[in-house]
Ligand binder design. Structure first.
Ligand code: ATP
Ligand code: MG
Length: 489
């Protein structure tokens, strides 16, 4: 196939027809695609309408809107336009003003062709420098993001090594771990270290949308595909093309959609909802879950074939209670983050508070620790934070006496109230689930809470199946059910 040469576009703005003609001929001979207009107004109309010439050659002295006013308006539309000014006078004030407003260069009529060539070369170099600066800024942002992946335990050192090994290999990765352990951070890190780093990273939370909506979110739809589809919309797979898609909470996806996803992974093509054409896709899939996949496969909630296709490589992020050596470092990290964000002076935590933090099991993992530190920064009350931790430990002991070890024994009135509240909540959720035959969507509706909130609560109370619900509600001393601390090797 012949490759069509793309010519650089130049817009000449001058009220004198002879100058317009002269410049147009001169530049067209040099291979530029030249358009010429006679007023600033016309130039502005073109640029406001979306035209982006590579260069604009703009006369200063023009009736109505002069060159400087035009320049100012053009810069308002797009600061990155390359404008070279032309004028009969080289009055210093005008030159300075033009450069201040954003012109790249200033030529005095009559000028030599070589002067114009030099001005364009300089302008081109300036543009390139701006682009390089932009790339450098993005690179720095990437490094900063890398730095916010803290690693201070042998387990996380191993995970970091795994990420570095896995990232450049273009295959799916399955990331497991409890809620809040850092699965998304791991996924982003894989993308940033992969060959696809300069392309999109698109996250989709599979638990946030019911089945049909999730399908249209992932694969897009054509106009009229269903009631309300007034115009066609691309899906997340299309947006992530050449990049990475992160399917978070994948175990919440309906089995129907799991089947469709499996086909997409096999054939690298699919069609939008209501569409007849196949869309080719080149996307790396990263998937994450905090449920026990083996159990989900046993109960038929998760397709085995999909699991094996996604699980080419897997990373298991351990819960925070298994890497307590990281707590001081993470505490400090969140402390710096939120002190800066809220404009507070950094207050180091007392030894008592840090000891309590090290002993608390952090069932919500890094996210719970992060929110705790956020409150600590806002409230500036070390003792209050310590009390909060002690109460949280006491509550956990009431709910799951086996899981919590090494926590202070005091139990305040607040802890008692919180414990009773949790118990009541657990009962209400259990009842709603039973009444709706474990249809979580209906149960959420019945309870007047969001689907996501229900999933969160179910995990918090270990309410996963009728069997675990009964054991949890009866508060027997059985070990934690499968959804918590699930490991996939
Ligand atoms: N290694 C790490 N270093 C620094 N911060 C981290 C690290 N891992 C996670 N975090 C922070 O902890 C919080 C929770 O992480 P993340 O959202 O990745 O967890 P998750 O496992 O995806 O949670 P969920 O299951 O609830 O979606 C985020 O604010 C994240 O920035
Ligand atoms: Mg997540």
């Amino acid at each position: 196939m012949a490759v069509k040469e793309v010519k650089e576009k130049i817009l000449v703005v001058d009220d004198e027809p002879s100058i317009r003609k002269y410049l147009q001929t001169l530049l067209e001979v040099d291979g530029f695609d030249v358009a010429a207009v006679s007023s600033g107004r016309e130039a502005l109309t073109r640029v406001s309408g979306g035209e982006r010439p590579d260069f604009i050659i703009l006369d200063v002295l023009m009736p109505e809107m002069n060159g400087l006013d035009t320049l100012q308006e053009l810069m308002r539309v797009d600061r990155s336009l390359n404008v070279i000014m032309l004028s009969c006078s080289n009055e210093v004030g005008t030159v300075v003003e033009a450069i201040r407003l954003g012109a790249h260069d200033y030529l005095t009529k009559p000028f030599e062709k070589t002067e114009l060539d030099a001005a364009m070369l300089k302008s081109r170099q300036k543009k390139q420098l701006t682009q390089e600066n932009q790339a450098l800024r993005e690179y720095c942002e990437q490094i900063t993001e890398d730095l916010s992946f803290l690693v201070a335990s042998p387990q996380m050192v191993r995970i970091r090594q795994q990420i570095l090994q896995i990232a450049p290999v273009d295959v799916p990765v399955f990331i497991c771990g409890e809620s809040g352990v850092g699965k998304e951070v791991v996924a982003r890190m894989i993308h940033l270290r992969s060959k696809r780093r300069n392309q999109a990273f698109v996250k989709v939370n599979c638990a946030a949308l019911p089945g049909e909506l999730l399908e249209s979110e992932l694969f897009g739809y054509e106009q009229g595909a269903f009631t309300g589809a007034v115009r066609a919309k691309p899906g997340k797979f299309e947006m992530a093309n050449k990049g990475t898609i992160f399917l978070d909470e994948i175990a919440e996806m309906s089995t129907h959609l799991q089947a469709k996803l499996l086909h997409v992974l096999q054939d690298h093509q699919y069609s939008r909802l209501g569409g007849r054409h196949l869309v080719e896709t080149d996307v790396r899939v990263l998937a994450a879950t905090n449920v026990d996949v083996q159990e989900a496969m046993r109960t038929g909630r998760f397709r085995e074939d999909l699991y094996y296709r996604l699980n080419v490589l897997s990373i298991m992020v351990p819960p925070l209670r298994e890497r307590t050596t990281e707590i001081p470092l993470l505490f400090r990290h969140f402390l710096e983050k939120y002190s800066e964000k809220f404009g507070k002076t950094l207050q180091a935590p007392s030894k008592h508070l840090m000891d309590a933090a090290m002993n608390y099991p952090w069932p919500g993992n890094l996210r719970e620790l992060e929110n705790f530190v956020k409150r600590y920064v806002i409230l500036e009350d070390d003792e209050g934070s310590l009390r909060e931790l002690v109460e949280m430990s006491a509550t956990r002991q009431r709910i799951s006496p086996r899981e919590v070890t090494n926590v202070p024994k005091e139990q305040g009135l607040k802890a008692l109230v919180r414990g009773l509240k949790d118990e009541a909540e657990m009962e209400a959720i259990g009842d709603a689930l039973e009444k709706t035959r474990w249809c979580r969507k209906d149960a959420a509706k019945m309870l007047g809470i969001s689907y996501k909130a229900l999933l969160y609560k179910m995990r918090q109370f270990n309410l996963d199946t009728p069997r675990t619900r009964r054991t949890a509600a009866a508060k027997t001393e059985e070990t934690a059910p499968a959804t918590v601390g699930a490991k996939v090797e």
